[in-house]
Design a protein around this ligand. Structure first.
Ligand code: FES
Length: 146
């Protein structure tokens, strides 16, 4: 009985993995299984929190060193797709200066992923919007310090 149950669970997991790999492609699937850059970050230089039309919230945390992102992280209460997109947004931000950060759009995240479910594309735009809002916060805080 226990063997049957274990086999059932293993089978089910395999099926979920296959379907997720099919939907996200290999890069997205690996990130879904092992989400890197999970936040929060301690004492970030910038932080933004944006809730999308779907009702999910994304947060991005940035640390800067010499005007370049030295560390980045995301946090979301959303689905697996928003986790994947938040993780890629954080990864893409690291090492970038403000001008380069502006190039991280929803399209850029989707391009990096290569393949993504059509119905979840908005997750990439939520991640990008949140990153841009964090950049805004950073620029405003620099202005105030002057
Ligand atoms: Fe809302 Fe993914 S479904 S961000």
């Amino acid at each position: 009985m226990a063997d049957n149950f274990d086999a059932f669970v293993e089978n089910l997991q395999e099926r979920i993995f296959d379907e997720t790999r099919e939907a996200f492609g290999e890069a997205g699937f690996q990130r879904w299984r092992h989400p890197l850059y999970r936040g929060p970050l301690e004492a970030p230089d910038a932080h933004a929190r944006v809730t999308g039309n779907c009702g999910d919230t994304m947060e991005i945390f940035l640390k800067f060193d010499d005007l370049r992102v030295s560390d980045a992280a995301y946090r979301t209460d959303g689905c697996g797709s928003s986790t994947v997109c938040g993780s890629f947004a954080a990864e893409m931000a690291i090492g970038k200066d403000p001008d380069e950060l502006l190039t991280i759009t929803g399209e850029a995240i989707l391009e990096k992923l290569g393949r993504f479910p059509e119905e979840d594309r908005h997750c990439a735009f939520l991640a990008a919007d949140t990153l841009q809002e964090a950049l805004n916060q950073y620029m405003l805080s620099r202005k105030k310090k002057k």
